[in-house]
Each structure stands twice: as C-alpha cells, then as structure tokens.
Write a protein that binds this ligand. Sequence first.
Ligand code: SF4
Length: 389
Amino acid sequence: MLLYIHVPFCVRKCGYCAFHSGPFSPAAAGEYLDCVLREMDGWGRTLGRAAVETVYFGGGTPSLLTPGQIGAILDSAARTFRLEEGAEITLEANPESALKSGFLAAVRGLGVNRLSLGVQSLRDDLLVRLGRPHDSAQARRAAEAARAAGFSNLSLDMIWGLPGQDAAMWLEDLAGVVGLAPEHMSCYGLSLEEGAPLAEAVRAGLAVLPEEEEAARMYLEGSAYLESEGYGHYEISNYARPGRESRHNCGYWCGRDYLGLGPAAVSTLDGRRWANPSGLADYALVAAAGGARDEVEVLSDDTRRQEMVMLALRTGDGLDLEKFMAATGREFPRRDPAVEQLCSSGLVRLGAGRLQLTREGMLVSNSVIELVLGVVDRMHATTAQESYD
Ligand code: SF4
C-alpha cells in the first residue's frame, strides 16, 4: 500500500493554485497533527499492520510543519503499519520553508529520503507573476542545502506555459535546473482553474498566455532537451535519471492501493474509493471516528478498466497489451479505425506488445486517451452484446 499524507497549509495562496490548502498557523498545524495521528490510528485498527512501500507528504506545503511534527507522523506510521525496508519517503517542500535553519538535516535524519522542491521557475519575474513566496536565489540555495543535508534523491517541480514565457525562456529555465543536477524533474503545463487570481488576470487581459503553438514548442522541445540530458520521459509530466522514477507516483499509475490521510486526501483500497472532507473542522470529525465514513464509491469493473487504460497511457511504458488481455479477456482492437488513425497521425505507437503515446501524443494526451477509451468501451459493449446474444 502507498501512504499519502496531505498537509493543507500554505504561507499564502499562489496565483494559479487550485489545490486544497489554507493559511498556516502553529495552532492550526498542532490541531491538524492530532487529527492525522488519530485518523492513522483508526486505520491501523481497521487494516492491521498493512505493508507500506512508500510515504508521500504532499500539499499544500509540508515543509511548514516542524521536523518534530513530521517525525511524529513517521513514528506513528512505523508503529501502525509495516513500513517496508527501503521505503521511499518523499516530502514536498517550498524553497523558502526548506531553508529554515536545520530543517533539511532534521527531516533527512528522520528517514525522509526523497525531497521534492517546488522551484517552478528560475526567473524572478515569472515567480512574481505566479505569486510564489520564494525567489530564484532561494530555489538554488534550497537545492544546494538539500545536497548538504544528505539528500541523494532530489526532485524539482517546474511549470511551463506561463504568461509572458516563450520557448526560449523555458529552455533556459530547464538548463538552469539541469545545472542543479536533480535526479528527477516534474514539469507541469500551467493549468488555470476558474477563480484563481491568475485566471482572472488573463481574462482581464492583464496577463497573456503563450499561443498554442508556442506552448507546444515548450513541451516538445523541453522534453527532447531533458531526454538529451539523460532524463527519461517516463510519464507525461515526469522525467528521471534511470532508476530514480518516483516509486509513489508509479504506484498510482499502475493502480496500487493507497491510503490518503489529512483533509481532502483521497484513498482507494480494495476497489473502494473515498475522499476526506476538505475543511479542518469536518475532517476532525472523520479523524475522531478513526477514518470511518458513510460515503464510499465502489469502483465498477468499467471504471477500473477505464482507469487502468488511462493511467497506463500516461506513462512512457504505455499500455501492456498482455495485461489488457488478462484484465478484459479480449485482445486490444488494433484494427479499430480510430486506433489506426491515431497511429498514422503519429500520436500513438503500437508495437512490442504495447500501446504508447508518442511525445506529440503526450502533448494532446487528454484527447488521445479519450479516443482510446472510446475504442475500449465499444469493444466492451460488443463483447457484452455477444454474450447476451
Ligand atoms: S505552494 Fe503549492 S499548494 Fe500552496 S498555494 Fe502555492 S501552488 Fe498551491
């Protein structure tokens, strides 16, 4: 099982953010910690000493917690579950809070063995536009401090497609972070949710997003550059040195069970899925009940099949056609006109027992995946009709 801990605090809201997070205060963090420990305890009683392969502190800004609070969560996880030998333990951190005196060495000492730093850009003008609470000098210093603290598995998060950014600026940013020699990089295209301040600024004409063609160049040329620097493009937005892929995220993409603790955290265990309430007060009630809840979605066979196809297609390995056959009882319909069309337009590649998105296909992954899901649904409907006949 994968264990995810959501830490719902940020020093301030970034202009593009749609994640669940609220203002930080030591009192709120203390209350949050009590709830997470109570929720974990409840799950320990329900699940027994389940094996945990990875722990991921995400947010929000997990680096706003003190090392003592992070240590309390890890101690509790080790007592409650069976933390596997060599488990990957990731902490997301923002550069400015990671630079708190002694923080990185302390969390490394607690067993956190992978650090994911939210750099986003090495250009101060773009960081200001994004409303980030750090500057590029802090980002560089945090990466260096992580090494000095003993982190040998460092991931840096970046964003492309920003207002005022062009492909040359993006490639320059990438060259800058490659210079910091991380083992892993996540590069997300900017996505603006309704209501985010940056979305309002774009609507009001105060910020201008790159044209579609320029954004496409950023993705295609950026990916090619990272590959030329030895970072395998192993998922639509993720790149890693060989063997340094995120084990936690790979677990999600291959459909492993995960338990999410904390406000707004989602869990999927044994074909059942639920989400915690996002407000701290409502979450506290769920935590007090040891995580028990009434609203649970039982995943249908259709949903599981669709998720398997969708998640696999997001990865560089793509969809394993033997696994597809084992899961559905049918061969993948290679000859379907929509599949042939996707192949001939260079958006997918079919061969060596796999269906994979090409880099161009990854650029428009949502539409490609939707088309493939349509093919699979039609295949399934035909199978159901045949058995009915
Ligand atoms: S630090 Fe991350 S979670 Fe917090 S507001 Fe910024 S983007 Fe959102």
